[in-house]
Design a protein around this ligand. Structure first.
Ligand SMILES: Nc1ncnc2c1ncn2[C@@H]1O[C@H](COP(=O)(O)OP(=O)(O)O)[C@@H](O)[C@H]1O
Ligand SMILES: [Mg+2]
Length: 250
């Protein structure tokens, strides 16, 4: 479970303050898949980084599996897998297997555990053909599979993906979508940010919509459709901005 409680984050950019998150509160239950929706600059990455213990809220608290992100980051790091858009964290000069072995060592997996886990992930992603090839020269899709594999090497219960399909071709994006299905079936808790409404519609139990640092909606997607008497997430998002008043519309 992830409990986000009144989180505010201010950055100091030169002499100006930027408030990236304003009193954001919501809870993610175990096994829930949540889509984090918002325009560029809305605060999605900031929120995910705060959940991942990579930055401290200016105000408010976040608990992941009962642990506080500021006070107990190490307990949290073992339980989460994180993939931030663009940063695959892979080493081009190593083979896919060597990359996975390296990340396994960061989590203190034994030799045997590492081997078993690499076998599982290779099967899951169909990476057998290129497991022992150097990453340099891999296609975007191959890199994406490997990057996701390294995110999952220590079998985290909670997985955070920041814009996982941005910049991918359709095939690679579909690989990601299929994988989320699989992980959901295994009971994983997943939050991923996206500005692709169809993707969120397809994969998520619930949505969190952020606009200019404020949470404008959080809840079950089906319920949202019922409340709005509409099943077009894009339309709902836009109309929420309009209804929120002039502050919301840029
Ligand atoms: N390290 C930082 N220093 C200053 N401002 C930042 C920093 N990180 C993010 N911001 C600002 O916070 C706001 C939210 O950014 P971000 O969380 O990256 O949005 P999103 O991921 O939704 O596009 C933006 O105005 C951005 O410029
Ligand atoms: Mg972002």
């Amino acid at each position: 479970m992830i409990e986000i409680n009144e989180v505010t984050k201010r950055f100091q950019d030169k002499k100006k303050y930027v408030t990236a998150l304003k009193h954001v509160s919501f809870t993610v239950e175990e096994g829930e898949v949540v889509g984090l929706l918002g325009e560029n600059g809305a605060g999605k990455t900031t929120l995910l980084r705060a959940i991942a213990t990579l930055l401290h809220p200016t105000d408010g608290t976040i608990k992941v599996a009962g642990y506080d992100t500021v006070k107990q980051p190490n307990d949290i790091k073992k339980k989460i897998g994180v993939l931030f858009g663009g940063e695959t964290g892979l080493y081009d000069r190593l083979t896919a297997r060597e990359n996975l072995e390296y990340f396994a060592s960061l989590y203190n997996l034994s030799k045997h555990e590492t081997k078993v886990r690499i076998d599982e992930l290779t099967k899951m992603f169909g990476m057998r053909d290129y497991l022992d090839r150097k990453v340099d020269g891999f296609s975007k899709g191959m890199r994406q599979k490997l990057a996701i594999s390294r995110t999952l090497i220590h079998e985290p219960d909670i997985i955070l993906f920041d814009e996982p399909t941005t910049g991918l071709d359709i095939t690679a994006a579909n690989v990601f979508r299929q994988l989320v299905h699989q992980l959901k079936q295994q009971g994983k808790t997943i939050i991923f940010s996206s500005h692709i409404m169809e993707e969120v519609q397809m994969l998520c139990d619930s949505v969190a919509m952020i606009h200019k640092g404020e949470l404008i909606y959080h809840g079950n997607i089906e319920k949202l459709y019922e409340e709005e008497n509409n099943e077009d997430l894009n339309y709902i998002f836009m109309s929420k901005l309009v209804r929120g008043g002039s502050d919301y519309v840029s």
